[in-house]
Design a protein around this ligand. Structure first.
Ligand code: CMP
Length: 137
């Protein structure tokens, strides 16, 4: 039992580190406040996508922000390959932060484990802290 417990703590803290590092290494998300980042990590949940599945479709309204934990993704625009996404990267931030349509399609090249945060939760986190700041004054 004890060994399992230790592994559980290890798994939990290494996932937190992965999610936090991914947010910190994203050019847009790294501008958020540390408290926002912590709360975002707290509210993320894991999804598994199978090979060939679309995570994001270009032109759609964006309702989630993602971090790739395991697997490999490709980024397409008008059917052309724009780039790739490797574990430890956050993506899907543009539509969430700037309220624009999805700028590209993101597809799982192999089965992939992806941590997700929904827009409502993201917005609630931002509002809470802003409100707390207002109450200080
Ligand atoms: P968003 O526009 O919300 O949805 C598609 C996402 O793909 C976008 O946010 C970025 O996170 C990501 N993306 C766009 N262009 C590239 C690229 N050239 N390389 C890697 N990721 C990209």
């Amino acid at each position: 039992f004890k060994t399992q417990y230790v592994f559980l703590i290890f798994y939990y803290s290494s996932t937190r580190k992965l999610l936090n590092d991914a947010i910190m290494s994203n050019d847009f998300l790294k501008k958020l406040e540390p408290q926002h980042m912590r709360e975002m990590v707290d509210c993320m949940y894991e999804m598994v996508y199978v090979e060939g599945e679309l995570i994001i479709q270009e032109g759609d309204a964006g309702n989630h922000l993602y971090v790739l934990a395991e697997g490999f993704l490709e980024v397409l625009q008008n059917g052309k390959r724009l780039g790739e996404i490797r574990p430890g990267a956050a993506f899907g931030e543009l539509a969430i932060l700037y309220n624009c349509k999805r700028t590209a399609t993101v597809k799982a090249v192999v089965q992939s484990h992806i941590w997700t945060l929904d827009r409502q939760t993201f917005q609630a986190i931002m509002m809470q802290t802003t409100q707390a700041k207002h109450e200080e004054y």
